[in-house]
Design a binder for this molecule. Structure first.
Ligand SMILES: *Cc1c(COP(=O)(O)O)cnc(C)c1O
Length: 428
């Protein structure tokens, strides 16, 4: 197989530009490269033969950054920790939804986030991030990065976010060291929003000659329903374990952005060894063919579920993007930066942990499990599960109460989901 970038990249028919969903089945691959196989093979190999010693030398010069790329030159296949055809094709396809120049795929969402952090942060730097964050990200930021001399400052997602972020950076000694703004929007588990454009604008004006990178964890709504690069973000990160993989059968992650920034991420990936493997890459290629169908079906189901929950006397509050009131300041942010409300719904049950647990233990169709974005619906208790690492005294200010239950809605029939929720609420 000889994969020459730029030669296979049909993205239009005449003047007609093809949409991502039409390109998910074939972009970046041609059957004639592999015996006419419609699907690209799994390149289950650790290493690749060079045609000549000169070629091997040239590939390594690029891989180790010993010289600049010549026009049209791309990194040759060397060794599967550096690159592999399944991963390269996957990276090309992932760029399409977000309108990114380049992507890198990783062995998990955490591997993607950690690789980005170690690429752009140095001892003495400041990392500003929205709260709450995914539990693993929160642990990395609060407990691991400070051991490397990185100062970590949080600001809340939701309506108070912009003001508090500005306030943190009004301290010049902080602004002078800011290297990264990392945001997760909508926030997990409360669906509070962070204004991406505001963060991008803040990064441009806060810090003199420094250009902090703005990173958005787009796992909850991407790749379909939110495109942070369009709002000035520099990098998008994904847990591909969730909607992109979509079947709860793999762990993977990705980073998307400009060619320049992704080249730096790929260098770190090579030396930390955080690339994913060919088989996982191939599985995600398969998943991407149905990502629009799955996410659209999940999004529609979630609306029925959220509407049902909002009417239940045993439910005191529903956290769902499709229910933000027009007079809420978050509504304008939602309309501007999100395409649709997605498939994550959380709610407070009347009572506390005992009532939440009775509900969770009574579910019959919906599985009691963490994770999200798969074809099957899942339910969990953030305070004692995904967000148990956040100290009990900090949880309430992030909206995480003992009464909170988080649902990830799948592709089942919505009436079956509602029947299950109805009987589990009756058991409380
Ligand atoms: C799951 C998740 C992660 C971490 O991804 P892994 O694939 O589990 O490493 C990061 N961010 C968000 C929002 C997530 O939901």
């Amino acid at each position: 197989m000889v994969r020459k970038k730029k030669e296979y990249t049909r993205r239009e028919i005449g003047d007609h530009k093809l949409r991502p969903e039409s390109l998910m089945m074939g972009y970046g691959y041609r059957p004639e490269w592999s015996e006419g196989a419609i699907k690209c093979p799994i390149f289950q190999t650790s290493t690749f033969a060079f045609k000549s010693a000169e070629e091997g030398k040239a590939f390594f010069e690029l891989a180790y950054g010993l010289r600049e790329k010549k026009p049209g030159e791309s990194l040759g296949l060397i060794y599967s920790r550096l690159n592999n055809p399944d991963l390269e094709i996957l990276e090309d396809r992932l760029t399409l939804w977000d309108g990114a120049e380049a992507a890198s795929v990783h062995s998990s969402g955490m591997a993607a986030i950690a690789t980005a952090a170690f690429t752009f942060l140095r001892p003495g730097d400041v990392l500003l991030h929205s709260e709450p964050l995914y539990g693993g990200t929160e642990h990395l930021f609060q407990h691991v990065l400070p051991q490397y001399g990185i100062e970590v400052i949080g600001f809340p997602a939701g309506p108070d976010g912009p003001e508090q972020a500005e306030q943190a950076l009004s301290d010049k000694s902080v602004a002078d060291r800011l290297s990264m703004i990392f945001i997760e929007t909508p926030a997990n588990p409360t669906n509070d929003l962070v204004d991406i454009s505001h963060c991008a604008e803040l990064a441009k004006r806060c810090c003199g000659d420094r250009e902090p990178v703005v990173v958005v964890d787009n796992t909850f709504l991407g790749p379909l329903f939110q495109h942070p690069l369009k709002f000035g973000a520099d990098l998008v990160v994904y847990s591909a374990t969730k909607f992109i993989g979509g079947h709860s059968d793999l762990i993977a992650g990705a980073v998307l952005g400009s060619e320049e920034l992704i080249t730096r991420i790929l260098e770190t990936r090579t030396f930390l060894g955080t690339a994913t493997d060919p088989w996982t890459g191939w599985l995600i290629l398969r998943s991407l063919e149905t990502v629009k169908m799955r996410m659209t079906s999940q999004m529609k189901n979630a609306r029925y579920v959220a509407d049902f929950l909002a009417d239940q006397p045993k439910v005191s509050k529903v956290y769902y993007l499709g229910h933000i009131a027009e007079d809420n300041s978050q509504y304008e942010v939602y309309r501007r930066q999100c395409v649709a409300p997605g498939a994550m719904v959380a709610f407070d049950i009347r009572g506390g942990e005992p009532e939440a647990f009775r509900f969770l233990n009574a579910l019959k169709l919906i599985h009691l499990a963490v994770s999200l974005g798969g074809t099957e619906s899942l339910a969990e208790h953030p305070a004692t599960m995904t967000h148990s690492d956040i100290a009990a005294e900090h949880q309430p200010r992030m909206g995480i109460t003992p009464a909170l239950v988080r649902l990830s809605i799948g592709v089942e029939h919505y009436e079956d989901l509602i029947a299950d929720l109805d009987q589990a609420l009756a058991a409380v």
